[in-house]
Design a protein around this ligand. Structure first.
Ligand SMILES: *Cc1c(COP(=O)(O)O)cnc(C)c1O
Length: 472
């Protein structure tokens, strides 16, 4: 079916489209003006019986897919955690798809395996992690976190791998988090047979940080009740407000009781490559595992999440299982299938390698510093504006705030701010999301896109005030 030159032709069309897209990502609505079901309705009910010309497919991509896409590359995407893909990494993705290796064994792609070892070593060093730790790439922080908790469960010595958790008497296994911990930890507890009720919410302080003294109390009480503390999850940069748990004092408790400490730094951990922000990871060398997401704040396209572990053998003990057809003659090589549920693995290190080299550590630091400075500036604008308030500390590039004209109760303020956010998002010019902080509804403005400029943040602030004025 492929005629001579078809591949080149298709790539040229796609490259032209991508180049054009990145010239003006701001010309799209950030959040598309579509209703649920619109895309399904625009597509045929069944797959085509015969092949179609590439140009026809690409035209439908432009006509159906692009207008129904939420444009994460838009410089005024401020929702959740803003991210973006560096062109060099997009090109690397095309190369990885071209090689199309399944990097489960060293021999099924020596380059993918060893490039992962090297790039994880580079990233670990940039983050100031102990050189003896091992980095492994997963698709997401959720799966990296699940993997760390599975390793924690394996280290308990309860023979769960062999005997399972049913049909015999086992003590309750406990996982310690806070109200601010990302929901993947609870999902991991469900999947690992720990159970939601054994996910313990340790009280937080006034700045939403886990209280180490309260953690100790929870663990002591559980021990006295015959329960087994399995893991503590500390968060550096919570998803809601970017609060930072005191890793060093939490680690001291973890050590005292011999409990696995996992540090979830999916978003904020990347900032530790900036010397003045290295303190974010203070004490992490006392933990057992750490997750950071290059796909969140390091310009690597989805998906690329790095799990670093003190003792990689704990992960292998949890997951290594080698059927005959995958036995391999090489000794002393890494076979990444031993480190998780997945067998075939994508060549994710390639795009990370391209980004680290194309930007250099300096280039990445410069971008992050720029994002943090813009967020600080925005917070100052909010603070200085009568009737507006900042609702949480903002050490990094996320600001939580609201419009709070006097004389309204919490319910009225929630309704007002939800309406403001809806109105802002409906303009298609900017996109924000929300959270609740100690019961208060807050709008979140997260900066993390390569293409976000000061003028974009100014424009967002203009739109916010304009829409607020219409609503009060
Ligand atoms: C974004 C985020 C996650 C989830 O990341 P995925 O890679 O999408 O699984 C987990 N924890 C924190 C703190 C996050 O900010």
């Amino acid at each position: 079916m492929e005629r001579q030159g078809a591949l080149r032709d298709e790539f040229d069309q796609v490259a032209a489209w991508i180049a054009h897209y990145f010239e003006h990502p701001e010309s799209y609505r950030v959040m598309p003006d579509v209703r649920p079901g619109d895309v399904v309705a625009a597509l045929p009910a069944s797959a085509p019986e015969t092949g179609e010309p590439f140009a026809t497919i690409l035209a439908d991509f432009e006509r159906i897919v692009v207008p129904a896409t939420t444009h994460w590359n838009h410089p005024r995407f401020f929702a959740y955690f803003a991210t973006s893909a560096a062109p060099a990494a997009i090109a690397a993705e095309a190369l990885a798809a071209t090689l199309d290796v399944k990097a489960m064994l060293w021999r099924t792609s020596p380059a993918a395996t060893e490039l992962e070892e090297v790039t994880m070593g580079w990233l670990g060093a940039l983050l100031g992690l102990p050189p003896t730790w091992t980095g492994i790439i997963y698709d997401t922080a959720s799966i990296g976190g699940f993997t760390a908790l599975a390793a924690a469960r394996e280290t308990l010595g309860l023979a769960i791998r062999e005997e399972g958790m049913t049909g015999r008497a086992l003590p309750a296994l406990r996982v310690y988090v806070t109200s601010e911990t990302h929901s993947h930890v609870e999902k991991a507890a469900i999947a690992l047979g720990i159970g939601q009720r054994n996910v313990v919410r340790v009280p937080v302080d006034g700045e939403l940080r886990m209280r180490a003294d309260a953690l100790r109390e929870c663990i002591e009480n559980d021990r006295n009740d015959g329960k087994v503390p399995m893991a503590i999850v500390a968060t550096v940069g919570t998803t809601s407000t970017t609060s930072v748990d005191p890793v060093r004092s939490i680690a001291a408790v973890a050590r005292e009781f011999g409990v696995w400490l996992h540090v979830d730094a999916a978003y904020a951990g990347i900032a530790a490559i900036i010397p003045e922000f290295r303190s974010l990871l203070d004490g992490v060398e006392l933990a057992d595992s750490l997750v950071v997401n290059p796909h969140k704040w390091m310009f690597v396209p989805m998906d690329c999440s790095a799990l670093f572990v003190r003792d990689e053998s704990a992960v292998r003990r949890a997951f290594s299982l080698v059927p005959e057809f995958l036995t391999t003659p090489e000794a002393d090589v890494v076979n990444y299938m031993d480190y998780g549920l997945q067998l075939g693995r994508r060549f994710r290190a390639l795009k990370l390698w391209f980004v680290l080299r194309r930007f250099g550590a300096q280039g990445i630091r410069e971008k992050l510093r720029g994002h943090i400075a813009l967020a600080q500036e925005f917070a100052a604008w909010v603070r200085d504006e009568p009737g507006w308030e900042v609702l949480a500390p903002h050490p990094l590039s996320l600001v939580c705030f609201r419009h709070a004209p006097p004389g309204r109760d919490e319910a009225a303020l929630e309704a007002l701010n939800a309406a403001i956010m809806r109105a802002v998002n409906a303009t298609g010019e900017a996109f924000m999301s929300h959270t609740k902080i100690a019961g208060k509804y807050a709008i979140r403005l997260a900066i993390g896109n390569l293409r976000t400029e000061r003028s974009d943040v100014e424009r967002a602030w203009q739109i916010l005030r304009r829409e607020a004025q219409k609503l009060v």
